[in-house]
Design a protein around this ligand. Structure first.
Ligand SMILES: Cc1cc2nc3c(=O)[nH]c(=O)nc-3n(C[C@H](O)[C@H](O)[C@H](O)COP(=O)(O)OP(=O)(O)OC[C@H]3O[C@@H](n4cnc5c(N)ncnc54)[C@H](O)[C@@H]3O)c2cc1C
Length: 482
């Protein structure tokens, strides 16, 4: 690896003259590197894949990139804070932005959601385009270095194993070529398949506890070219049933190049197939046939890609009795969620902010350059950041009787209230806006529990009985197929 010259190294950072290493150069690794660049002179991002600058296709290390990647508004805002002008750049490259309430026709629980301006913007693009932009902006930062086609095979530790001191890296295709890269902080962002639990066990720390909620989701995605998108009364289409009548969901989202990405998914083994006829047939079996009818009018551009996702998974590093210093875990390696809820990238952004805040606090309390205590401080903060998306997505999935996992004691009450909230959101605009803001993680769950809203929800939720709601038409224009 090319050594750095002193001229390249800035010395005004809290950890001046020191280096952080990030394992994995996907979304979580990149946003972590962006935050670390404010605190360390050198940040090295080690990625197994060789990734072209103009990434346009899914790559081996992130096969999920063939599927729709919705970016929640909170994640988009964080990316714009980290990389000013981020959304404008995406839109210049063809991403499609719209108001969530205006552009999206959403069929949920047997009814169309109201259509009106909510003030919550959504931006749609392919995952490779999004990742290419995050990469470009991250590696433009001084001190951040990309080390592609290298695999971290082990952590290195101090002789007493109390501290992680770097990583052992194997260069892909270079026989026997392993080398050690020293670092003051190692951040593992290597995804759900992270080997950190095994690495920590080998160092004598044991493995973190894990929480899993089994949902057995099957995904199938395909790109289409719409024939006449301007004629359609929606920009994006989303169909989702209720635990009592369906295990399926379908979504059409516009992406760069005038294309659609279509995703069909099913829970508990009701999986969409990879053959084109079966794909269409699955769409016909959604709780509403709007997606199916839209697909009949569009031209397929790709094969059908499938993906299986067994379970929500959360690793509780914050609960470990002992933890080595100089080590942090972030992104899917820490928590991975049923992708139907589109939370993974936003959760990674929230954890990156938690890392930045922990570094700030570390400096205040322990002084510049002191790393002792950071691992515990960060993992406690990251666990808090994960709580919100975890409770939201697992809470929805635990409503299905087939879901395997521990149900919180308050689950029946929460389900009852969520059911009322969903129904109230069909008929009460204020409730819908609050619901959309919470879903996009712009507000915490407390915003859905304030007493004023609670009364509205009870009133509107009671009056909007499910069959009456099912007959209601969207407020703006009738979505195709509705
Ligand atoms: C089907 C599907 C659909 C999804 N849809 C959405 C969505 O709509 N919205 C959303 O926000 N999220 C979605 N997600 C989640 C999203 O993909 C992830 O949350 C996001 O990519 C962040 O993950 P990550 O960076 O932690 O890990 P990953 O994206 O899995 O990346 C891990 C990286 O680490 C590299 N790596 C692994 N091991 C090593 C090693 N030893 N050494 C060096 N490099 C290594 C890999 O090559 C890879 O680049 C979806 C996920 C799936 C599976």
């Amino acid at each position: 690896m090319k050594p750095r010259t002193q001229q390249n190294i800035r010395s005004n950072h809290p950890f001046a003259g020191r280096r952080a290493v990030v394992i994995g150069g996907s979304i979580a690794g990149l946003v972590a590197a962006r935050v670390l660049a404010d605190h360390f002179d050198e940040v090295d991002v080690i990625e197994r894949d060789g990734i072209p600058d103009d990434l346009r296709e899914a790559r081996k290390g992130a096969p999920q990139a063939r599927h729709l990647h919705g970016l929640l508004a909170r994640g988009e805002r964080i990316l714009n804070d980290l990389f000013p002008g981020f959304t404008e750049d995406l839109i210049r490259d063809g991403a499609v932005a719209y108001d969530f309430g205006v552009g999206l026709a959403w069929h949920h629980l047997g009814a169309w959601k109201p259509r009106f301006e909510t003030g919550v913007q959504t931006v749609c693009m392919t995952r490779p385009l999004l990742e290419a932009h995050v990469r470009r902006r991250t590696f433009a930062l001084p001190g951040v270095r990309r080390l592609d086609e290298r695999e971290v095979v082990e952590l290195s530790a101090s002789p007493d194993r109390s501290r992680i001191t770097g990583v052992v890296v194997r260069r892909r295709g270079a026989p026997g070529g392993v080398e050690e890269l020293r670092a003051d902080l190692v951040v593992d962002a290597s995804g759900r398949g992270s080997r950190a639990p095994a690495w920590l066990e080998a160092l004598g720390y044991g493995r973190p506890d894990e929480s899993t909620i089994q949902v057995r989701v099957g995904y199938a995605g395909r790109q289409y070219r719409p024939r006449d998108p301007a004629e359609l009364p929606w920009t994006s289409l989303y169909v989702l049933g209720s635990p009592s009548d369906s295990r399926r969901f379908g979504c059409i989202a516009p992406v760069e190049g005038g294309r659609w990405i279509v995703v069909l998914a099913g829970l508990f083994g009701d999986h969409p197939p990879a053959d084109p006829d079966g794909f269409l047939e699955f769409a016909r079996g959604l709780p509403n046939d709007a997606v199916y009818r839209a697909l009949l009018t569009a031209e397929p551009l790709t094969d059908v890609a499938t993906y299986k996702f067994p379970a929500h998974l959360r690793r509780h590093y914050e609960r470990m009795a002992r933890m080595p210093e100089g080590f942090a875990v972030l992104g899917d390696a820490l928590a991975s969620f049923n992708p139907v809820y589109g939370q993974g990238m936003t959760s990674a952004c929230l954890q990156a902010l938690a890392l930045g805040a922990a570094l700030e606090e570390q400096r205040r309390r322990a002084g510049p350059g002191a790393i002792a205590g950071l691992a515990r401080r960060y993992h406690a903060a990251a666990a808090k950041a994960v709580d919100l998306p975890w409770q939201m997505s697992t809470g929805e999935d635990l409503a299905y009787p087939e879901t395997e996992g521990r149900r919180p004691r308050l689950q029946p009450i929460l389900r009852w209230y969520t059911g009322m909230l969903h129904r109230a959101a069909q008929v009460d605009r204020e409730v819908y806006v609050r619901f959309v803001r919470a879903m996009h993680m712009l507000d915490g769950p407390e915003a859905l529990l304030d007493p004023g809203l609670f009364l509205r929800v009870l009133r509107a939720g009671r009056s909007a009985s499910a069959p009456a709601v099912a007959a209601a038409a969207p407020a703006r224009r009738q979505p195709a197929g509705a």
